[in-house]
Write a protein that binds this ligand. Sequence first.
Ligand code: ADP
Ligand code: MG
Length: 538
Amino acid sequence: MLGETTEDDGSAEPNTTHIAAGELADTIRTTLGPNGLDKMVIGENGTVIVTNDGSSIIEWMDITHPVGRLVEQTAAAQDSAVGDGTTTAVVLVGALLEEAATLRSNGFHPTTIIDGYVTAAETALDQLEQYERSLHSRHDDRLTQIAKTAVTGRWDDASTDRFAELTLSALRAVEFDTSRLTLKSYPGGELRDSVCLDGVVVDLETSSTSLDALSHPSIQTQDEPAIAMVDAEIGIEEPNHVESVELQDATQRNAFQAHEQDRKTELVEQVVQSGAAVLFCQKSIDEAVRTALAQRGVLPVERTRRDEFDVITRVTGTTPVMSVDELTADNTGTVASVTQRTVGTTQTLTLQGCPEEQRATLLLRGGTPHVAEEVRRIVADCIDVTRVTLDDGAFLPGGGAVPTALAMDIAALSRGIPDRTQLVFDGVGTALEAIPRTLATNAGTDPLSTLTAIKQRHDGGSETVGVGPDGHPHDMIAAGVLEPSTVFRSALQRAVAVVTQILRVDDIVRTSADERTVDAEHDHAHAATGGYPWAVGH
Ligand code: ADP
Ligand code: MG
């Protein structure tokens, strides 16, 4: 436990703060890159997920050590800000701490290490700009490569290609406005059955719409069917004030039933007169009305989800009415076509060619709910990474080419530093090399010789050479392994930030330990912080 680190006699032994973060980095390291291994994570309640997404793994790990939690928060922050690069950030944290441990055993004070790390990281971030490249436009094909790189290793190569392409075609269809794109994942079927549809897809399963009506031929063949939207229940209004109606005899009963029947006919007639071919109702529709509508060639869709109801209203240019009595041709809208299809076990309705708003829906498929969910996460990551790239417009060659180039820049610059800070700078360079080294290790090649070979290529002027998916040096631009500059930049920034925070904790631990040696009377000094001496600094 961390509290016990106060036993530290002030010598430079790495303490548990390093170990907690280091263990986390060790666990995560093997998942980095296209050859990263999957991890099976078993939750407390026995739920199992298999993934090699660093952020999901960390999220599922039951991290209790406070320093481990700091690293976890860093990964989570990276994930929510840029949607990628979490493993990279954690690997860098592990490597920077490892270097810090070596530096400390060489007599460096944590404060010196912190200052050196911060300066070296600033230098690296300045240097980073020279490796950045710019996108030509939103139609630049390299966006697809960037999306692909972000999800490489999450599924087989053919599928990741397909997901990246699907995502980009969907994003282009909505001019990169993600508020007009809907992701829907359905268990059942094959991954390759996933498609991008122009328009809005409505699930009918939850709406308990009479499926018989769906097979009505006129709706499917109709051009520009009119759409009606009713934002209330459709049926006989319940008497509000009377608790129950006593029907004395058969005549009365018949009269009542006839009245009900008339009312239902009136409702159906009103809908038919409006010319609507599809009627979306936000609440339920009386069963007899529903059947009658279907017979008259109107597709009744009841219990449309509120969000879908609002989207359909908007994109079709329909004016929703609060009662069928208000429904006329004037307040109907239209779409180019309405198609019914069965996706997995779900009946859906696709409204294509919406006049008021260009929309797209990605229908994602996976054999089981787990697979369907993972497919959804993969596509969401493709979307995030595209958004991040477009925001900044800059991308980098991947496969560790850039961290290698930065490590070489730092090594060159550190030679000009006259004092021992040089060694701290070198530590940051070595830590950056952890990225190409780990990629090589995970691909099964020797990390040292791979790194040496890559450095030689860089020296020869090919600064875009990194570790290819086969573990050997390749030009990453030619190989199409590209990533948004923001992802690496923020992974490095966050890694350095959390490492300096952890090193500060170390400093406090050491200082308290020193005080304790001087004044053994104050043995209870940390009792107030629950035995966590570092807590005083936060
Ligand atoms: P992170 O959580 O950091 O995104 P990943 O497991 O996605 O971790 O691995 C990202 C690393 O893998 C990056 O350095 C990236 O450049 C590299 N990478 C991705 N695809 C390839 C590829 N096809 N060949 C070589 N390196 C790749
Ligand atoms: Mg990634």
